[in-house]
Write a protein that binds this ligand. Structure first.
Ligand code: ADP
Ligand code: MG
Length: 395
């Protein structure tokens, strides 16, 4: 029998990390939450916090060695992965493992693995390392194309380009927003998909890979706006998505939740990308399932049993976005948002806001997917992010 508590170090302390900490604390773990700014959401519920630049290899290694955690749980992409590779070689577990963390933070590495090595269907794609290459490749793929820096997240540096006249602006934008210094973009065929989904895939230490019901989502301005579960797929599509998710996650290895993204185009299921950690669209599982994606992540990481994953109602989530910059924030409208039954509001506790920053989500259950979506939308509309004029409430 394993002895608890385990000491966990969380790299990235946003809203998803906060839920990981809550799930970890509930099963007796100790957590050190790290991020580049103080009082980040996960730090508010963790045992200890560390504020430092996690993209700096030396500083990241030093912080890990100082705390000597049993397990490191990356919750964001932008990390000095060389530090994680080194630490893993010294016997500290990285979730799911340092290799998967490295591969999935590079669009080219995960795409080459999925499509070229494993033969999984993706959009047609190629890479360009200069504007000249970009012009050549784009016209070969056919218009429109989607251009993304190889290292970026949340839609940063990403453009949909209709004609060759727009390529220079797209290249400049990708270079400006790219993480790291690589002058490389992935150019993809633009897919007119019917639906995009996240298939939460749980790789266990002991036991088979498990799947949550697929989650449908809507994206705008680089981030998810609304998600719902279950997304309607036919049996064949679901089988295809699960098979692809299992092949890729087996290749990456380790234990934990993976958010595997697919496009559904007619009968076809096309792999897009994946996160080796809980997915933002999976926040809906906080209301939809017997075990949320965060609880599943923790159980899988610690090798604890997952006897079943069940969902008894359709459910949906809708983001609550800030409209303005505020140094310190407060909220209005909770009493209206919470009027409907089976509706919840999660406010993340971010200390300040800027235009478009995700400050919370609403969650709702319904008898049908449509009802759940309408309830979550309605609740989100009631909440307003305002300036906290009474002074910063940070203790
Ligand atoms: N080839 C494509 N065709 C159509 N839409 C796309 C394509 N690639 C990305 N998108 C849209 O952009 C969103 C973000 O792209 P994604 O590759 O998932 O990057 P990120 O790492 O920023 O999430 C997707 O969820 C989808 O809505
Ligand atoms: Mg994505």
């Amino acid at each position: 029998m394993t002895i608890y508590p385990k000491k966990l170090m969380l790299l990235g302390s946003g809203e998803l990390g906060k839920e990981v900490v809550i799930a970890a604390k509930r099963i007796g773990c100790q957590v050190i939450a790290c991020d580049r700014y103080a009082n980040a959401p996960a730090m508010q519920v963790a045992d200890k916090a560390e504020v430092f630049d996690m993209t700096n290899e030396k500083i990241l290694k030093k912080a890990i060695l100082k705390h000597q955690p049993d397990i490191i749980i990356p919750e964001i992409e932008a990390l000095a992965v060389n530090a994680l590779i080194d630490i893993e070689n010294n016997g500290i577990t990285v979730i799911p493992n340092a290799k998967a963390t490295t591969i999935t933070m590079n669009r080219d590495k995960i795409r080459d693995l999925a499509n070229i090595k494993l033969g999984i269907k993706t959009a047609k794609f190629d890479y360009a390392s200069s504007q000249e290459e970009l012009i050549k490749i784009s016209s070969q793929l056919g218009w429109p194309v989607v251009i993304k820096p190889v290292m970026s997240s949340s839609g940063k540096g990403q453009s949909i380009v209709e004609t060759s006249n727009e390529l220079q602006a797209a290249w400049d934008y990708a270079m400006k927003e790219a993480r790291g210094t690589s002058p490389r973009v992935i150019v993809e065929e633009f897919l007119r998909f019917d639906l995009e989904i996240t298939l939460l895939t749980v790789r266990q230490r002991h036991g088979p890979t498990l799947f949550c019901e697929p989650i449908g989502h809507e994206q705008a301005n680089g981030d998810y706006q609304s998600s719902w579960q279950p997304a309607v797929l036919n049996t064949e599509q679901l089988k295809q998505a699960q098979a692809m998710a299992e092949i890729i996650t087996n290749e990456l290895g380790g234990a934990g939740v993976f958010g595997v993204e697919f496009f559904i185009c007619g009968k076809e299921v096309i792999f897009s990308e994946l996160s080796p950690r809980p997915h933002d669209t999976g926040l809906v599982t906080l209301i939809s399932q017997n075990l949320s994606e965060f609880e599943l992540h923790l159980r899988a990481i610690l090798g604890l049993p997952i006897p079943s994953i069940t969902q008894d109602h359709a459910a949906a989530s809708r983001v609550i976005l800030a409209k303005e910059v505020f140094e310190s924030v407060a909220y209005k409208g909770l009493e209206n948002a919470l009027e409907a039954d089976n509706t919840k509001v999660l406010l993340f506790g971010k200390p300040n806001s800027k235009k478009g920053r995700r400050m919370g989500v609403t969650l709702a259950k319904g008898d049908t997917i449509n009802e759940a979506i309408l309830k979550a939308d309605h609740a989100a509309k009631q909440i307003e992010v305002i300036e906290n004029k009474t002074g910063n409430l940070t203790i």
